[in-house]
Design a protein around this ligand. Sequence first.
Ligand code: 5AD
Ligand code: SF4
Length: 449
Amino acid sequence: MSKNNFYIETYGCQMNLADSEVVAGVLNGKGYEASNDLNNADIILLNTCSIRENAEQRIYGRLGNLKKYKEKNPQTVIGILGCMAERLRKDLIEDKKMVDLVVGPDEYRRLPELIDAALHGEKGISVKLSRTETYDDIIPYREDGLSAWISVMRGCDKFCTFCVVPFTRGRERSRGLDSIVNEIKILSDRGFKEVTLLGQNVNSYNDNGNDFADLLAACAVVDRSFRIRFSTSHPQDLSDKLLYTIAEHNNLCNYIHLPVQSGSNRILELMNRTYTIEHYLDIIDKARKIIPGVSFSTDIIAGFPTETYEDHLATIDVMQKVRYDGAYMFKYSPREGTKAFKMEDDVTEDAKTKRLNEIIDLQQSISYELNQNLIGKEEIILVEGFSKKSDQFMAGRTDTNKVAIFPITESVKPGDYIKVKINRATSATLFSDYVGMVSDRNEKAQLTA
Ligand code: 5AD
Ligand code: SF4
Protein backbone atom coordinates (compact mmCIF):
# COMPACT_ATOMS: atom_id res chain seq x y z
CA MET A 1 0.00 0.00 0.00
CA SER A 2 1.28 3.44 -0.88
CA LYS A 3 2.09 5.64 2.10
CA ASN A 4 0.50 8.70 0.71
CA ASN A 5 -3.11 8.06 -0.24
CA PHE A 6 -5.78 10.32 1.16
CA TYR A 7 -9.52 9.88 1.15
CA ILE A 8 -11.92 12.75 1.86
CA GLU A 9 -15.53 12.34 2.91
CA THR A 10 -17.60 15.52 2.72
CA TYR A 11 -20.63 16.47 4.79
CA GLY A 12 -22.93 19.48 4.64
CA CYS A 13 -23.25 22.23 2.08
CA GLN A 14 -21.79 22.84 -1.37
CA MET A 15 -19.19 25.14 0.21
CA ASN A 16 -17.79 22.09 1.93
CA LEU A 17 -17.72 20.15 -1.32
CA ALA A 18 -15.78 23.02 -2.87
CA ASP A 19 -13.45 23.13 0.15
CA SER A 20 -12.72 19.41 -0.17
CA GLU A 21 -11.52 20.08 -3.72
CA VAL A 22 -9.27 22.85 -2.36
CA VAL A 23 -7.90 20.42 0.25
CA ALA A 24 -7.26 17.83 -2.45
CA GLY A 25 -5.55 20.56 -4.50
CA VAL A 26 -3.28 21.46 -1.57
CA LEU A 27 -2.37 17.83 -0.86
CA ASN A 28 -1.94 16.80 -4.48
CA GLY A 29 0.75 19.37 -4.97
CA LYS A 30 2.72 17.91 -2.07
CA GLY A 31 3.06 14.30 -3.09
CA TYR A 32 -0.16 12.96 -1.61
CA GLU A 33 -2.52 11.13 -3.89
CA ALA A 34 -6.33 11.26 -3.89
CA SER A 35 -8.07 7.93 -3.47
CA ASN A 36 -11.74 7.05 -3.83
CA ASP A 37 -11.24 3.89 -1.82
CA LEU A 38 -11.34 4.06 1.95
CA ASN A 39 -9.59 0.68 2.19
CA ASN A 40 -6.64 2.02 0.29
CA ALA A 41 -6.15 5.22 2.30
CA ASP A 42 -3.49 6.08 4.88
CA ILE A 43 -5.17 9.36 5.59
CA ILE A 44 -8.92 9.61 6.13
CA LEU A 45 -10.31 13.14 6.30
CA LEU A 46 -13.89 14.04 7.20
CA ASN A 47 -14.87 17.51 6.07
CA THR A 48 -17.56 18.31 8.61
CA CYS A 49 -20.67 20.41 9.03
CA SER A 50 -22.00 22.02 12.22
CA ILE A 51 -25.05 23.81 10.97
CA ARG A 52 -27.61 21.63 12.71
CA GLU A 53 -27.27 19.32 15.66
CA ASN A 54 -27.88 16.13 13.68
CA ALA A 55 -25.02 17.04 11.31
CA GLU A 56 -22.58 16.77 14.21
CA GLN A 57 -24.13 13.57 15.52
CA ARG A 58 -23.63 11.97 12.11
CA ILE A 59 -19.92 12.74 12.24
CA TYR A 60 -19.58 11.19 15.70
CA GLY A 61 -21.37 8.10 14.38
CA ARG A 62 -19.05 7.94 11.40
CA LEU A 63 -15.95 8.32 13.56
CA GLY A 64 -17.21 5.38 15.62
CA ASN A 65 -17.30 3.10 12.63
CA LEU A 66 -13.97 4.35 11.24
CA LYS A 67 -12.31 2.86 14.33
CA LYS A 68 -12.04 -0.47 12.57
CA TYR A 69 -9.75 1.00 9.91
CA LYS A 70 -7.46 2.27 12.61
CA GLU A 71 -7.52 -1.12 14.35
CA LYS A 72 -6.59 -2.85 11.08
CA ASN A 73 -3.88 -0.34 10.34
CA PRO A 74 -2.80 1.71 13.40
CA GLN A 75 -0.77 4.01 11.13
CA THR A 76 -3.94 5.39 9.56
CA VAL A 77 -4.34 9.09 10.19
CA ILE A 78 -7.90 10.22 10.85
CA GLY A 79 -8.58 13.93 10.55
CA ILE A 80 -11.50 16.27 11.10
CA LEU A 81 -11.71 19.27 8.77
CA GLY A 82 -14.15 22.13 8.47
CA CYS A 83 -16.86 23.57 10.66
CA MET A 84 -16.69 21.15 13.61
CA ALA A 85 -12.97 21.80 14.06
CA GLU A 86 -13.10 24.96 16.11
CA ARG A 87 -16.10 23.96 18.20
CA LEU A 88 -15.16 20.41 19.06
CA ARG A 89 -11.39 20.14 18.86
CA LYS A 90 -10.95 19.48 22.57
CA ASP A 91 -13.65 16.86 22.68
CA LEU A 92 -12.38 15.12 19.55
CA ILE A 93 -8.65 15.11 20.22
CA GLU A 94 -8.23 15.27 23.98
CA ASP A 95 -11.40 13.87 25.55
CA LYS A 96 -12.60 11.21 23.17
CA LYS A 97 -9.24 10.64 21.46
CA MET A 98 -11.06 9.80 18.26
CA VAL A 99 -8.87 11.64 15.78
CA ASP A 100 -5.27 12.60 15.04
CA LEU A 101 -5.87 15.90 13.32
CA VAL A 102 -8.31 18.77 13.64
CA VAL A 103 -7.99 21.46 10.98
CA GLY A 104 -10.32 24.44 10.56
CA PRO A 105 -11.55 25.87 7.24
CA ASP A 106 -8.88 28.58 6.99
CA GLU A 107 -5.88 26.38 7.75
CA TYR A 108 -5.86 23.94 4.85
CA ARG A 109 -2.52 25.20 3.54
CA ARG A 110 -0.94 23.70 6.66
CA LEU A 111 -2.39 20.24 6.01
CA PRO A 112 0.71 18.70 4.39
CA GLU A 113 2.94 19.52 7.38
CA LEU A 114 0.23 18.51 9.88
CA ILE A 115 -0.38 15.21 8.11
CA ASP A 116 3.33 14.58 7.92
CA ALA A 117 3.62 15.08 11.66
CA ALA A 118 0.56 12.90 12.29
CA LEU A 119 2.06 10.11 10.20
CA HIS A 120 4.92 10.27 12.71
CA GLY A 121 2.56 10.00 15.64
CA GLU A 122 2.10 13.66 16.52
CA LYS A 123 -1.43 14.93 16.98
CA GLY A 124 -2.16 18.24 15.31
CA ILE A 125 -4.65 21.04 15.87
CA SER A 126 -4.90 24.08 13.66
CA VAL A 127 -8.14 25.97 13.83
CA LYS A 128 -7.37 29.69 13.60
CA LEU A 129 -9.82 31.62 11.48
CA SER A 130 -8.41 34.16 9.05
CA ARG A 131 -9.67 37.53 7.84
CA THR A 132 -7.96 37.17 4.49
CA GLU A 133 -7.61 33.53 3.41
CA THR A 134 -9.50 32.84 0.16
CA TYR A 135 -7.24 30.15 -1.38
CA ASP A 136 -7.01 32.38 -4.47
CA ASP A 137 -3.94 30.69 -5.84
CA ILE A 138 -4.89 27.08 -5.08
CA ILE A 139 -6.19 25.18 -8.07
CA PRO A 140 -8.84 22.84 -6.67
CA TYR A 141 -8.41 19.20 -7.59
CA ARG A 142 -11.37 18.01 -9.65
CA GLU A 143 -12.06 14.86 -11.56
CA ASP A 144 -13.27 15.49 -15.12
CA GLY A 145 -16.96 16.23 -15.25
CA LEU A 146 -19.62 18.66 -16.37
CA SER A 147 -20.44 20.67 -13.24
CA ALA A 148 -18.02 22.35 -10.86
CA TRP A 149 -18.21 24.62 -7.83
CA ILE A 150 -16.14 27.67 -7.08
CA SER A 151 -16.17 29.44 -3.71
CA VAL A 152 -16.18 33.14 -4.48
CA MET A 153 -16.30 34.27 -0.89
CA ARG A 154 -15.80 32.75 2.53
CA GLY A 155 -17.36 33.36 5.94
CA CYS A 156 -20.36 35.46 6.86
CA ASP A 157 -20.92 38.75 8.70
CA LYS A 158 -24.69 38.54 8.93
CA PHE A 159 -24.98 36.94 12.36
CA CYS A 160 -28.46 35.51 12.03
CA THR A 161 -29.16 34.59 15.63
CA PHE A 162 -29.69 30.86 14.95
CA CYS A 163 -26.57 30.33 12.86
CA VAL A 164 -23.09 29.06 13.74
CA VAL A 165 -21.50 29.93 10.39
CA PRO A 166 -20.02 33.29 11.45
CA PHE A 167 -18.32 31.42 14.30
CA THR A 168 -17.23 28.30 12.43
CA ARG A 169 -16.18 29.95 9.16
CA GLY A 170 -15.29 33.42 10.36
CA ARG A 171 -15.54 36.88 8.79
CA GLU A 172 -16.66 37.57 5.26
CA ARG A 173 -13.96 37.90 2.58
CA SER A 174 -14.07 37.74 -1.21
CA ARG A 175 -11.82 35.96 -3.62
CA GLY A 176 -10.31 38.07 -6.43
CA LEU A 177 -12.45 38.46 -9.55
CA ASP A 178 -9.57 37.70 -11.92
CA SER A 179 -8.70 34.43 -10.26
CA ILE A 180 -12.35 33.30 -10.44
CA VAL A 181 -12.64 34.24 -14.12
CA ASN A 182 -9.38 32.43 -14.77
CA GLU A 183 -10.66 29.28 -13.09
CA ILE A 184 -13.78 29.34 -15.25
CA LYS A 185 -11.57 29.54 -18.35
CA ILE A 186 -9.67 26.47 -17.16
CA LEU A 187 -12.93 24.61 -16.48
CA SER A 188 -14.33 25.51 -19.88
CA ASP A 189 -11.13 24.35 -21.62
CA ARG A 190 -11.35 21.06 -19.73
CA GLY A 191 -14.85 20.42 -21.07
CA PHE A 192 -16.91 21.43 -18.05
CA LYS A 193 -20.29 22.96 -18.96
CA GLU A 194 -21.56 24.50 -15.76
CA VAL A 195 -20.30 26.16 -12.60
CA THR A 196 -21.98 27.19 -9.35
CA LEU A 197 -20.48 30.25 -7.67
CA LEU A 198 -20.70 29.74 -3.92
CA GLY A 199 -20.73 31.80 -0.78
CA GLN A 200 -22.82 32.03 2.39
CA ASN A 201 -23.98 35.39 1.12
CA VAL A 202 -22.75 35.92 -2.45
CA ASN A 203 -24.53 39.27 -2.77
CA SER A 204 -22.05 40.95 -0.48
CA TYR A 205 -19.17 39.90 -2.74
CA ASN A 206 -16.72 42.78 -3.09
CA ASP A 207 -13.34 42.71 -4.77
CA ASN A 208 -11.87 46.22 -4.91
CA GLY A 209 -15.20 47.77 -5.82
CA ASN A 210 -16.36 44.95 -8.10
CA ASP A 211 -19.65 43.67 -6.70
CA PHE A 212 -21.39 40.36 -7.31
CA ALA A 213 -23.18 41.63 -10.42
CA ASP A 214 -19.78 42.65 -11.88
CA LEU A 215 -18.42 39.21 -11.06
CA LEU A 216 -21.36 37.43 -12.71
CA ALA A 217 -21.08 39.59 -15.82
CA ALA A 218 -17.35 38.88 -16.07
CA CYS A 219 -17.96 35.13 -15.66
CA ALA A 220 -20.80 35.08 -18.19
CA VAL A 221 -18.64 36.32 -21.07
CA VAL A 222 -15.83 33.80 -20.58
CA ASP A 223 -17.76 31.16 -22.52
CA ARG A 224 -21.29 31.92 -23.67
CA SER A 225 -22.20 28.24 -23.71
CA PHE A 226 -21.12 27.79 -20.07
CA ARG A 227 -24.02 27.81 -17.63
CA ILE A 228 -23.53 29.77 -14.42
CA ARG A 229 -25.45 29.24 -11.18
CA PHE A 230 -24.93 30.88 -7.82
CA SER A 231 -25.92 30.39 -4.20
CA THR A 232 -26.79 31.72 -1.58
CA SER A 233 -28.39 35.16 -1.79
CA HIS A 234 -29.34 37.19 1.26
CA PRO A 235 -32.42 39.36 0.64
CA GLN A 236 -30.82 42.41 2.22
CA ASP A 237 -27.98 42.62 -0.30
CA LEU A 238 -29.78 41.63 -3.49
CA SER A 239 -29.43 44.67 -5.76
CA ASP A 240 -31.42 45.77 -8.81
CA LYS A 241 -28.14 45.79 -10.69
CA LEU A 242 -27.81 42.06 -10.00
CA LEU A 243 -31.33 41.39 -11.33
CA TYR A 244 -30.62 43.34 -14.53
CA THR A 245 -27.33 41.48 -14.97
CA ILE A 246 -29.07 38.10 -14.71
CA ALA A 247 -31.66 39.26 -17.24
CA GLU A 248 -28.99 40.47 -19.63
CA HIS A 249 -26.87 37.29 -19.88
CA ASN A 250 -28.56 34.17 -21.16
CA ASN A 251 -26.07 31.80 -19.61
CA LEU A 252 -26.73 33.13 -16.09
CA CYS A 253 -29.46 30.88 -14.70
CA ASN A 254 -32.85 32.43 -14.05
CA TYR A 255 -32.88 30.90 -10.63
CA ILE A 256 -32.36 32.54 -7.25
CA HIS A 257 -31.95 30.73 -3.96
CA LEU A 258 -33.32 33.31 -1.55
CA PRO A 259 -33.74 31.97 2.01
CA VAL A 260 -36.76 33.48 3.76
CA GLN A 261 -36.45 31.44 7.02
CA SER A 262 -39.85 32.63 8.34
CA GLY A 263 -42.91 34.52 7.16
CA SER A 264 -43.43 36.33 10.46
CA ASN A 265 -41.89 39.78 10.93
CA ARG A 266 -41.63 39.23 14.67
CA ILE A 267 -39.63 36.02 14.16
CA LEU A 268 -37.53 37.57 11.38
CA GLU A 269 -36.53 40.29 13.81
CA LEU A 270 -35.63 37.78 16.52
CA MET A 271 -33.59 35.96 13.88
CA ASN A 272 -31.80 39.22 12.99
CA ARG A 273 -32.60 38.70 9.32
CA THR A 274 -32.73 42.50 8.76
CA TYR A 275 -35.69 42.51 6.35
CA THR A 276 -39.44 42.45 6.70
CA ILE A 277 -41.62 40.03 4.82
CA GLU A 278 -43.07 42.94 2.82
CA HIS A 279 -39.59 43.89 1.67
CA TYR A 280 -38.83 40.27 0.80
CA LEU A 281 -42.00 39.96 -1.30
CA ASP A 282 -41.15 43.25 -3.05
CA ILE A 283 -37.81 41.79 -4.12
CA ILE A 284 -39.56 38.71 -5.51
CA ASP A 285 -42.01 40.90 -7.47
CA LYS A 286 -39.24 43.07 -8.82
CA ALA A 287 -37.17 40.05 -9.85
CA ARG A 288 -40.17 38.58 -11.68
CA LYS A 289 -40.62 41.82 -13.60
CA ILE A 290 -36.96 42.19 -14.53
CA ILE A 291 -36.15 38.52 -15.26
CA PRO A 292 -38.89 36.79 -17.26
CA GLY A 293 -39.33 33.18 -16.15
CA VAL A 294 -37.22 33.53 -12.99
CA SER A 295 -37.82 30.97 -10.30
CA PHE A 296 -36.93 30.80 -6.63
CA SER A 297 -35.96 28.35 -3.96
CA THR A 298 -35.66 29.00 -0.26
CA ASP A 299 -34.68 27.82 3.22
CA ILE A 300 -37.27 27.66 6.01
CA ILE A 301 -36.88 27.02 9.72
CA ALA A 302 -39.84 25.66 11.69
CA GLY A 303 -40.12 26.20 15.43
CA PHE A 304 -37.72 29.06 16.16
CA PRO A 305 -37.99 30.12 19.85
CA THR A 306 -41.38 31.73 20.69
CA GLU A 307 -42.84 30.83 17.26
CA THR A 308 -46.63 30.60 17.62
CA TYR A 309 -49.00 28.76 15.33
CA GLU A 310 -49.92 32.16 13.92
CA ASP A 311 -46.27 32.86 13.06
CA HIS A 312 -46.15 29.46 11.40
CA LEU A 313 -49.24 30.35 9.33
CA ALA A 314 -47.42 33.48 8.18
CA THR A 315 -44.68 31.21 6.79
CA ILE A 316 -47.30 29.10 5.04
CA ASP A 317 -48.74 32.31 3.61
CA VAL A 318 -45.39 33.39 2.14
CA MET A 319 -44.93 29.97 0.56
CA GLN A 320 -48.34 30.30 -1.07
CA LYS A 321 -47.54 33.80 -2.30
CA VAL A 322 -44.09 33.07 -3.73
CA ARG A 323 -44.69 29.49 -4.88
CA TYR A 324 -41.08 28.37 -4.64
CA ASP A 325 -39.70 25.82 -7.06
CA GLY A 326 -38.00 24.13 -4.15
CA ALA A 327 -37.24 24.55 -0.47
CA TYR A 328 -34.82 23.24 2.14
CA MET A 329 -36.88 22.91 5.28
CA PHE A 330 -35.56 22.39 8.79
CA LYS A 331 -36.64 22.14 12.41
CA TYR A 332 -34.91 24.74 14.53
CA SER A 333 -32.06 23.30 16.55
CA PRO A 334 -30.21 25.41 19.15
CA ARG A 335 -26.52 25.88 18.40
CA GLU A 336 -24.13 26.70 21.20
CA GLY A 337 -22.46 30.10 20.93
CA THR A 338 -25.26 31.70 18.91
CA LYS A 339 -27.55 34.41 20.25
CA ALA A 340 -30.63 32.23 19.90
CA PHE A 341 -28.95 29.61 22.10
CA LYS A 342 -29.67 31.93 25.02
CA MET A 343 -33.38 32.01 24.17
CA GLU A 344 -35.56 29.27 25.55
CA ASP A 345 -36.11 26.54 22.93
CA ASP A 346 -39.77 26.60 23.84
CA VAL A 347 -41.54 25.13 20.82
CA THR A 348 -42.14 21.48 21.66
CA GLU A 349 -40.63 18.76 19.50
CA ASP A 350 -44.16 17.66 18.56
CA ALA A 351 -45.12 21.15 17.41
CA LYS A 352 -41.89 21.50 15.42
CA THR A 353 -42.51 18.18 13.71
CA LYS A 354 -46.10 19.04 12.92
CA ARG A 355 -45.20 22.47 11.50
CA LEU A 356 -42.30 21.10 9.50
CA ASN A 357 -44.52 18.39 8.03
CA GLU A 358 -47.12 20.96 7.02
CA ILE A 359 -44.42 23.02 5.34
CA ILE A 360 -43.00 19.99 3.53
CA ASP A 361 -46.44 18.84 2.35
CA LEU A 362 -47.29 22.30 1.05
CA GLN A 363 -43.97 22.62 -0.78
CA GLN A 364 -44.49 19.24 -2.38
CA SER A 365 -47.88 20.18 -3.70
CA ILE A 366 -46.57 23.53 -4.98
CA SER A 367 -43.64 21.81 -6.73
CA TYR A 368 -46.09 19.35 -8.25
CA GLU A 369 -48.38 22.09 -9.53
CA LEU A 370 -45.51 24.17 -10.93
CA ASN A 371 -44.22 21.10 -12.75
CA GLN A 372 -47.69 20.33 -14.16
CA ASN A 373 -47.70 23.82 -15.65
CA LEU A 374 -44.62 22.86 -17.66
CA ILE A 375 -46.39 20.04 -19.53
CA GLY A 376 -46.42 20.83 -23.25
CA LYS A 377 -43.62 23.39 -22.85
CA GLU A 378 -40.09 23.23 -24.21
CA GLU A 379 -37.06 23.50 -21.92
CA ILE A 380 -33.31 23.50 -22.47
CA ILE A 381 -31.41 20.96 -20.41
CA LEU A 382 -27.77 20.08 -19.92
CA VAL A 383 -27.55 16.31 -20.42
CA GLU A 384 -25.77 14.71 -17.48
CA GLY A 385 -25.95 10.96 -18.17
CA PHE A 386 -28.26 8.00 -17.69
CA SER A 387 -31.31 8.33 -15.49
CA LYS A 388 -30.71 6.93 -11.99
CA LYS A 389 -33.83 4.81 -12.19
CA SER A 390 -33.76 3.40 -15.71
CA ASP A 391 -31.10 2.77 -18.34
CA GLN A 392 -33.71 3.38 -21.04
CA PHE A 393 -33.63 7.09 -20.18
CA MET A 394 -31.10 9.87 -20.02
CA ALA A 395 -31.30 12.75 -17.56
CA GLY A 396 -30.39 16.40 -17.48
CA ARG A 397 -31.22 19.59 -15.64
CA THR A 398 -33.09 22.71 -16.63
CA ASP A 399 -31.79 26.19 -15.85
CA THR A 400 -34.04 26.11 -12.81
CA ASN A 401 -32.29 22.95 -11.61
CA LYS A 402 -35.15 20.55 -12.28
CA VAL A 403 -34.31 17.02 -13.37
CA ALA A 404 -35.76 16.12 -16.77
CA ILE A 405 -35.52 12.62 -18.24
CA PHE A 406 -35.99 11.58 -21.88
CA PRO A 407 -35.68 8.31 -23.83
CA ILE A 408 -32.12 7.49 -24.93
CA THR A 409 -31.39 9.19 -28.22
CA GLU A 410 -28.42 8.09 -30.27
CA SER A 411 -27.11 11.50 -31.22
CA VAL A 412 -27.29 12.85 -27.66
CA LYS A 413 -24.42 12.54 -25.18
CA PRO A 414 -23.60 13.91 -21.72
CA GLY A 415 -22.48 17.52 -21.93
CA ASP A 416 -24.89 18.40 -24.75
CA TYR A 417 -27.41 21.17 -24.33
CA ILE A 418 -30.66 19.93 -25.85
CA LYS A 419 -34.23 21.09 -26.16
CA VAL A 420 -36.90 18.76 -24.73
CA LYS A 421 -40.69 18.94 -24.57
CA ILE A 422 -42.25 18.05 -21.23
CA ASN A 423 -45.02 15.43 -21.45
CA ARG A 424 -45.56 14.39 -17.82
CA ALA A 425 -44.36 15.54 -14.39
CA THR A 426 -44.19 14.58 -10.73
CA SER A 427 -43.12 16.94 -7.94
CA ALA A 428 -39.48 15.88 -8.45
CA THR A 429 -39.09 14.86 -12.11
CA LEU A 430 -40.04 16.10 -15.55
CA PHE A 431 -40.65 13.40 -18.18
CA SER A 432 -39.88 14.65 -21.65
CA ASP A 433 -39.21 13.97 -25.33
CA TYR A 434 -36.14 15.03 -27.25
CA VAL A 435 -36.78 17.96 -29.59
CA GLY A 436 -33.35 18.96 -30.87
CA MET A 437 -29.81 20.10 -30.21
CA VAL A 438 -29.12 23.57 -28.91
CA SER A 439 -26.06 24.90 -30.63
CA ASP A 440 -26.31 28.34 -29.11
CA ARG A 441 -27.19 28.90 -25.46
CA ASN A 442 -28.52 32.31 -26.44
CA GLU A 443 -31.63 30.54 -27.66
CA LYS A 444 -32.68 30.40 -24.03
CA ALA A 445 -34.08 33.86 -24.22
CA GLN A 446 -36.61 32.91 -26.86
CA LEU A 447 -37.74 29.86 -24.91
CA THR A 448 -38.34 31.54 -21.59
CA ALA A 449 -39.66 34.83 -22.94
N1 5AD B 1 -31.53 25.31 13.15
C1 5AD B 1 -32.22 24.97 12.04
N2 5AD B 1 -31.86 25.35 10.80
C2 5AD B 1 -30.76 26.10 10.67
N3 5AD B 1 -30.15 26.62 9.59
C3 5AD B 1 -29.06 27.29 10.00
N4 5AD B 1 -28.94 27.21 11.34
C4 5AD B 1 -29.98 26.48 11.78
C5 5AD B 1 -30.41 26.06 13.07
N5 5AD B 1 -29.76 26.40 14.17
C6 5AD B 1 -30.69 26.51 8.23
C7 5AD B 1 -31.08 27.88 7.67
C8 5AD B 1 -29.98 28.17 6.69
C9 5AD B 1 -29.65 26.78 6.20
C10 5AD B 1 -28.33 26.64 5.52
O1 5AD B 1 -29.66 26.00 7.38
O2 5AD B 1 -32.33 27.76 7.03
O3 5AD B 1 -30.40 29.01 5.63
FE1 SF4 C 1 -25.85 31.85 8.72
FE2 SF4 C 1 -27.36 34.03 8.29
FE3 SF4 C 1 -24.80 33.98 7.43
FE4 SF4 C 1 -26.67 32.43 6.21
S1 SF4 C 1 -26.64 34.70 6.26
S2 SF4 C 1 -24.58 31.81 6.86
S3 SF4 C 1 -27.97 31.88 7.93
S4 SF4 C 1 -25.49 33.93 9.55
